[in-house]
Design a protein around this ligand. Structure first.
Ligand SMILES: [Zn+2]
Length: 189
């Protein structure tokens, strides 16, 4: 897997995403017009302030442009993420969990390698296994487990709310189900 290193992107001043955020992007199928996708536009364009068409724009023009882009629903797709080496490993661990597979880490190259550091890419080479995880450092596995635990707690709260709403309004069950069909996989970048 090759992922963009956030320290080598024009928007490197943006805060790094968390594995919680990436998991929810995927699980909730956030598309171009999702609120969270729109919010990314603001930090993305702030990061690109010295680039391209935004160069030398006065404050007001820049702010108006950024807000207009956030309100535009067609013609762009700015829900991107760049990665730290830590987040890249966490993503691979999460991917293996999603596939309900184990795996073995074969190589991990990034900009902070003491030898042969990369510039712009993070490479994670791994092979799928049957059950256990091999070679992945504990922090990556722990971060993933913690994120999944937090999301599970959130899901339990949501389930209590859903049950309470269904009890208070028995006719509402028909619209409770997701608008996503079971065969449709959410897009994720
Ligand atoms: Zn996101």
């Amino acid at each position: 897997m090759s992922l963009p290193d956030l320290n080598f992107c024009p928007d490197k001043g943006r805060r790094s995403a968390t594995i919680d955020h990436l998991l929810l992007d995927y699980a909730l199928g956030r598309k171009d017009t999702a609120f969270e996708s729109k919010e990314h536009i603001y930090s993305f364009l702030l990061g690109w302030v010295d680039r391209l068409w935004l160069k030398r724009a006065v404050q007001q023009r820049f702010a108006r442009f950024v807000l207009d882009e956030g309100n535009r629903d067609v013609g762009h797709d700015l829900h991107w993420h760049a990665f730290s080496p830590e987040l890249a490993l966490e993503l691979v661990v999460a991917t293996l969990a999603l596939a309900e597979r184990g795996g073995r880490l074969l190589a991990f190259a990034h900009s902070r390698n003491d030898w042969n550091a990369t510039r712009g890419n993070i490479f994670v080479t791994y092979e799928l296994g049957a059950g256990s995880l091999e070679g992945f450092e504990a922090p990556a596995v722990d971060a993933c487990a913690t994120a999944l635990g937090r999301i599970r707690e959130a899901a339990a709260i949501v389930e209590r709310m859903r049950a309470a709403l269904a009890e208070a309004h028995p006719g509402r069950e028909a619209i409770e189900t997701s608008t996503r069909s079971s065969s449709e996989k959410p897009e994720y970048r």
